[in-house]
Ligand binder design. Sequence first.
Ligand SMILES: Cc1cc2nc3c(=O)[nH]c(=O)nc-3n(C[C@H](O)[C@H](O)[C@H](O)COP(=O)(O)OP(=O)(O)OC[C@H]3O[C@@H](n4cnc5c(N)ncnc54)[C@H](O)[C@@H]3O)c2cc1C
Length: 391
Amino acid sequence: MSNPGLERAIAIAAKVEAFVRDLVAPYDQEARLGPHRPSEDLVMERREKARAAGVMTPHILADGSHLSQRETAIVLKASGLSPLGPTAVNTMAPDEGNMYLIGKVATPALRERFLKPLVAGEVRSAFFMTEPAAEGGAGSDPSMMKTTCHRDGDHWLINGRKAFITGADGARVGIIMAKSEDGACMFLVELPDPAIRIERVLNTIDSTMPGGHAVIAIDNLRVPADQMLGASGDGFKYAQVRLSPARLSHCMRWLGSVIRAHEIATAYACRREAFGKLLVDHEGVGFMLADNLIDLQQAELMIDWCAGVLDGGSLGTAESSMTKVAVSEALMRVADRCVQVMGGTGVTGDTIVERVFREIRAFRIYDGPTEVHKWSLAKKVKRDFLQAQER
Ligand SMILES: Cc1cc2nc3c(=O)[nH]c(=O)nc-3n(C[C@H](O)[C@H](O)[C@H](O)COP(=O)(O)OP(=O)(O)OC[C@H]3O[C@@H](n4cnc5c(N)ncnc54)[C@H](O)[C@@H]3O)c2cc1C
């Protein structure tokens, strides 16, 4: 049965894949990638190429409409075929989720000011929620948020500290979460701002996100009242809008990167010999590659299923939790097997395999660690059971 939406997405994805394989993957070993983050000039240089190839922000169409989640999955997987791909074509985190949120909840005036340059790929953004663990701030439990906001005439005053803020260093748009006496609030702010100080960029296991992950101090930041998204106390409700699609888009992109790692490990096993035959012909190696195929196929099916749930209009909170756990854990297994199949080469920077392995390790933590998703699913199991008992 023909499906024009999916056919359109397949055509966009083919262009994105050709661009990422031909014009991004050759930069996979670039010195400018750096140990913790790619340099801004490398990002902007690849973006120029993406613009010229007509693949900039490929999941948002020229008329401003967004591909469906099922369509987005096909395109974002293609963008992930190099870890640098999402950054080059502007499908990366946190910008992809931030663009989605601003597109859904901001006023036309705020969209014009903040969303337009993001969609054009001219600027980057950051999402400020997590706070330093040592100070007892928000982490797995966002309700522990300590950053405050107080109304002051036509403005809000924000104070607090944030941690792990991806892309904050170099970002021009920020979405800041803080707590008023009504509850959580969300603000759109222009960056940089002297009241938002980058204390340090963390030395993390992953290395593909521009700007890295920063610890931030916010001292008396004044934000005009019309830059609050929604009403005071609506912050978590608005965060929900971003939650499931953003979780799912990590799965989509990293699926692409792990597929590429599997391709590299397969090529190694099909060329390298040990004990008189190709590695792939040793059952221990062949089975690892077979297990990769099974995990990758299951991950793709979970993503497609969850995307369909979101396209049906559901918030998909439980479904995106299940998918995030299943996909991040499956991709971790695949990435680990790819390293193992390649022996010593697997742990070197000579291919992207070790980088993908490190990226997926971090992915098991952000946007909800595996245990937190399982814990919330377990609560749902109990709730559903008790409700069924009452009927
Ligand atoms: C690379 C990276 C990028 C990030 N980018 C951003 C960003 O841009 N913006 C932002 O706001 N945040 C960002 N984060 C923060 C991320 O969302 C948090 O790290 C995550 O929510 C976990 O919080 P925490 O680190 O404080 O861990 P903690 O809350 O201290 O939890 C530690 C561990 O405790 C366990 N745990 C917690 N709760 C439960 C439970 N209910 N049941 C069972 N086990 C549990 C889990 O195993 C968890 O890993 C990023 C993190 C990383 C690593």
